[in-house]
Write a protein that binds this ligand. Structure first.
Ligand SMILES: [Zn+2]
Length: 416
């Protein structure tokens, strides 16, 4: 029993299990495809993509979009190398590849399957909302014909098909029903419900997925996997993804740090953190920080300091009252307690330590704690010196600044 039992009343589960899942929640990593559509990212070299793929595997992520091999020779070469890695290392992660609903995009996937001998799902995507249809001059008839020929073509090459409707969250119900039903009749065994433009709210997710389950999947009589794919334009991607699981989605898509077009996709790391905190998954997530750091470095997008869990400030405090509570908890020799008294996320679950800093809002306990952590004897005199300096500062003191005060003080005491 954890020592924090009875010390936290959890309103999140006060009215029953939070997600009410009937099966294990699955995750599809879109970092190496949709994530790379961010206008700010670099397309990483293949060595880095391989490292990212292995980190996905280590985190127990179920499947990964390896890329869109129809995009050109480099994209195809990278997808082939990633697929070879999965085969050579006997990785558990299930690969898929994106494809527009054209033979030119679908055929390269089948070629990679032939070359590697592993199964790859073809994620064929097509716009579905009236606004997109209007902009593109697409009739419903055209969409249905395109769906039918693409899914049938992929199946004829032996590829399992996940059929993706872009902008599903703004599409008319009858169109959603017709498109998915056609895809399923032609052999698709998973369907991907997309909030491509980041429009939907959790209420919309629940309504749409209920419709898909009752009006599409149930009448089909087939075992169909339902995927949810969301974007962050309204800042609701994580909440929407959790709502999707609750509403019957089998698998949710995300990218490391939420990188992706405009403001990005659902952040995979935040979904993992929440699933773990909700007790929906048990796995060890101490590699999550490495996964985020490697992706951040590989794509050239820095992690903001206030980013949940992974940001530099996520577990840093300089405030006197907060730090005092954390320090008292540490003094009870209980990491679990210390890491939860002022944070909704226990940092050690993710391999991260809390940091007590010294700044103008700090109390003397911050100083004493900092000195002890750095194996410096906390005499009253030295504590007073650092505390006085911090009170005059307009920001948190750096480690180098504090060590310098310690050094000067030691010299003055020893008369050097
Ligand atoms: Zn997307």
């Amino acid at each position: 029993m954890a020592i924090t039992d009875g010390l936290i009343y959890d309103w999140n589960s006060a009215s029953g299990p939070e997600l009410g899942l009937t099966s294990r929640p699955m995750l599809d990593d879109e970092t190496l495809r949709d994530g790379l559509q961010s206008p700010s990212v670099l397309d990483p070299p293949i060595e880095k993509k391989l490292r990212i793929l292995h980190l996905m595997e280590d985190l127990g992520i179920d499947s990964a979009d390896l890329g869109l091999p129809g995009a050109g020779p480099r994209a195809k070469a990278d997808v082939l190398r990633l697929a070879q890695e999965i085969s050579n290392c006997k990785m558990r992660i299930r690969p898929n590849c994106a494809a527009r609903t054209t033979e030119a995009d679908i055929r390269p996937i089948a070629e990679i399957v032939q070359a590697t001998g592993i199964e790859i799902e073809a994620a064929t995507f097509l716009g579905s909302s009236p606004i997109r249809q209007y902009a593109e001059d697409w009739t419903l008839d055209f969409l249905l014909r395109t769906t039918e020929s693409a899914v049938k073509f992929a199946r004829s090459l032996g590829l399992p098909v996940m059929y993706v409707t872009e902008d599903t969250t703004r599409a008319r119900p009858e169109v959603v029903k017709k498109l998915y039903t056609t895809a399923i009749e032609c052999g698709a065994r998973s369907i991907v419900v997309c909030d491509t433009v980041g429009h939907v709210t959790p209420a919309g997710v629940r309504a749409l997925l209920k419709f898909v389950r009752e009006e599409v999947v149930k009448p089909s009589g087939e075992k169909i996997r339902i995927d949810w794919h969301g974007h962050s334009d309204r800042g609701l991607a994580v909440a929407n993804s959790l709502a999707a699981f609750e509403a019957g989605a089998d698998q949710v898509h995300g990218t490391a740090l939420g990188i992706g077009e405009r403001v990005g996709n659902t952040p995979m790391d935040q979904v993992l953190v929440n699933l773990k905190l909700m007790g929906a998954i048990e796995r060890d997530l101490r590699k999550l920080k490495e996964y985020c750091a490697v992706v951040s470095e590989a794509v050239g997008v820095p992690i903001p300091p206030n980013y949940p869990v992974m940001g530099e400030d996520a577990f840093r405090t300089a405030t006197g009252v907060h730090a005092a509570a954390v320090i008292k908890a540490f003094r009870k020799n209980d990491v679990e307690l210390a890491n939860q008294v002022y944070s909704g996320v226990p940092s050690h679950w993710f391999g991260i330590d809390q940091k007590i800093e010294i700044g103008p809002m700090s109390g003397k306990s911050n100083v004493i704690f900092w000195l002890e952590k750095h194996s410096v004897k906390a005499t009253d005199d030295l504590v007073e010196k650092i505390f006085a300096r911090a009170k005059q500062a307009d920001r948190v003191l750096t480690d180098a600044e504090i060590l310098e005060i310690c050094k000067l003080w030691r010299c003055s005491v020893s008369g050097e």
